[in-house]
Write a protein that binds this ligand. Structure first.
Ligand code: NAD
Length: 332
């Protein structure tokens, strides 16, 4: 198939180019994000390959359909950026990479926890300035702490196993309980109970209308003072203004985010010569106990390799008209 690949970075191109010869597909790589201004680039292709911040809303999908695009293959697990209802009405197939490396994301969430709990971000800068003082670097042990996971799917499961390895007491909340996790010591609670008992909370549920702003003033008030919140899932799970307020009052003791509600205008680009106009992320950066990474939790060699393999498999199945292993469809 002829594929227009949007939001492409050098590492995406490299991992796809390594595998393309085994498949009959032809990729054209565009750095541009897919939206109403760039959608014309997709003219003349059979399929579009897209990523987390590409716009796959109704107007863009309708134009893709008019161009004769048959399918959108997502290089990610989440699909909250796609208007699935419109895609279904247009008979436009949407495929994703359901699990490329859950461990990559779970390990990054843990890297954030360890950085915040042991202040290695501060130590790194101090030593480079020839400052070997330990004042202000007192951390805390993870062993014995109550660590909670919201969403125990592929990533949440990998995260629970790491937390158990550190000797944490692991609590979980999900709409569906995972028997394997229960058998190894994870305790499921309802959301209110979990929030009130957690010293560290890591978010691993998808962004849906039901989970948007799951972390808000009301839910933060239920948490113990000094709680650590980690979000490697989707930015809008957190209501940023409530989190800023709770950081100022010290209700939240630590915040680690790999995703941000307004990330679309910032992440995946070098804006170092630009003026930062986003007041909320600017405020977040002023807190010494906030760690921000730019949606890189997935970014390991293993994950990139699996993303390319599954995406090419999705395209093979589309071309052959066979059953689609990784299709996502609209359901009421
Ligand atoms: P998954 O589908 O395997 O698991 C999601 C889990 O969340 C499921 O067990 C589901 O039952 C649960 N869930 C759904 N609604 C819920 C709710 N209202 N409350 C509690 N739990 C709920 O997905 P996954 O592969 O584990 O990925 C989780 C999320 O991580 C994705 O949706 C995506 O947004 C994010 N992600 C981020 C990165 C990154 O680089 N930062 C990479 C991959 C995925």
């Amino acid at each position: 198939m002829k594929v227009a690949c949007f939001s492409t970075k050098s590492y995406d191109q490299k991992s796809f180019d390594l595998r393309l010869t085994k498949h009959g597909h032809h990729f054209t790589y565009f750095e541009a994000k897919l939206d109403k201004h760039t959608v014309n680039l997709a003219k003349g292709y059979d399929a579009v390959c897209a990523f987390v911040n590409d716009h796959l809303d109704a107007p863009v999908l309708k134009i893709l359909h008019e161009f004769g695009i048959q399918a959108v293959v997502l290089r990610c697990a989440g699909y909250n950026q796609v208007d699935l209802k419109t895609a279904k009405e247009l008979n436009l197939k949407i495929c994703r990479v359901p699990a490329y490396s859950p461990e990559a994301v779970a390990e990054h969430a843990f890297a954030m926890i360890l950085t915040l709990s042991r202040k290695t971000h501060k130590a790194y800068n101090r030593i480079r300035e020839n400052n070997y003082s330990l004042e202000g670097l007192v951390g805390f042990n993870l062993n014995g702490k109550v660590v909670s996971v919201i969403g125990t799917g592929a990533i949440g499961t990998a995260f629970c196993k790491i937390a158990l390895g550190f000797g944490c007491e692991v609590l979980a909340y999900d709409l569906i309980e995972n028997k394997e996790l229960k058998a190894i010591g994870v305790k499921y609670l309802n959301l209110d109970e979990l929030l009130s008992q957690s010293q560290i909370i890591s978010l691993h549920c998808p962004l849906t209308p039901g989970t948007k702003h799951l972390i808000n003033k009301k839910t933060i008030d239920q948490m113990p003072n000094g709680v650590m919140i980690i979000n490697t899932s989707r930015g809008a799970l957190i209501e940023t203004k409530s989190v800023i307020r709770a950081l100022k009052s010290k209700k939240i003791g630590y915040l680690g985010i790999d995703v941000y509600e307004q990330e679309e205008d910032l992440f995946f680009r070098n804006l170092s010569e630009e003026i930062l106009m986003d007041e909320q992320i600017a405020r977040l950066m002023t807190f010494p106990n906030v760690l921000i990474t730019g949606h890189q939790a997935f970014l390991t060699q293993e994950a990139l390799s699996q993303i390319a393999k599954t995406t090419l498999l999705n395209l093979d199945e589309l071309e052959q008209g066979s059953e689609l292993s990784n299709e996502v469809t609209y359901s009421e």
